[in-house]
Design a protein around this ligand. Sequence first.
Ligand SMILES: Nc1ncnc2c1ncn2[C@@H]1O[C@H](COP(=O)(O)OP(=O)(O)OP(=O)(O)O)[C@@H](O)[C@H]1O
Length: 272
Amino acid sequence: MTGPGDLRIEDVTITYPARKGQVHALALPRLHLAPGSFTAVIGPSGCGKSSLLNAIAGFVAPTSGRILLDGAPVTGPSARIGVIFQHYALFPWFTALGNVRFALRRFPLSRAEEIARARAALDEVGLGAHARKFPQQLSGGMRQRVAIARTFACAPEVLLLDEPFAALDAQTRRGMQELMLAVWARHSATVLLVTHDVDEALLLADRVLLMSAAPGRLIGEYLLPQPRPRRLTQDGGALLALREDILARLHPFSAPLDAPADAAPAPERSLP
Ligand SMILES: Nc1ncnc2c1ncn2[C@@H]1O[C@H](COP(=O)(O)OP(=O)(O)OP(=O)(O)O)[C@@H](O)[C@H]1O
């Protein structure tokens, strides 16, 4: 299936210059994200997860290889690819509404259309009553909801989430995860989530990928057919067993389970 939101990574490496030589951050032979799929990536700190997201977003050019969105190479940032970071990066001098409107300026909308679309996006994340507040008047969870509204208002085909809820307390994070799923279900973007939180990956994604230490490459893949919303304790503890398996494989001293980087991708592993 191709487009909209069909993302392919082909032989991508990312190498940064360093004081002494180079840092080999990523080595990804092949990855396909099907339109409307929700994939989570977990890996040790420094394994290249953010580098992967930055390359897909067009912020960083791969050192080699290519990234294709609906068959066309990604050559720079575009409204078709939305990004939500841990830090909301809202403009403090704009209200919540102003922040969403600012993101919409790249589209040929009339002022009335822009305001209507921004308001609808804020309503969708439950912030309609707070549209006139400035970021410093909002809680961390509310700011992240503005960031979600701002991103979905632009109707991206691909949504990249880089630890989006890591700065939030556990209770707020759970609410935000549910909100994210609800909004995503209505917009059906292709999602790639980077997280350190194995539980978050298991609750949200329909596929979880494990990355090795840098240069990051795929060392495992789990398919999650369970309907959402999920609880880790459902299905007789299958998700909990999966969590143990993932944590064991992420352990720095566990043996690599995959094929070499230049061979075919690791076989898919489904839940029993
Ligand atoms: N702009 C840069 N210049 C030089 N080295 C970089 C740059 N960005 C990342 N790196 C290095 O590349 C490697 C991968 O970094 P990256 O941020 O992609 O990893 P990560 O898996 O997202 O890490 P974390 O989980 O800690 O956020 C690290 O060794 C990092 O120091």
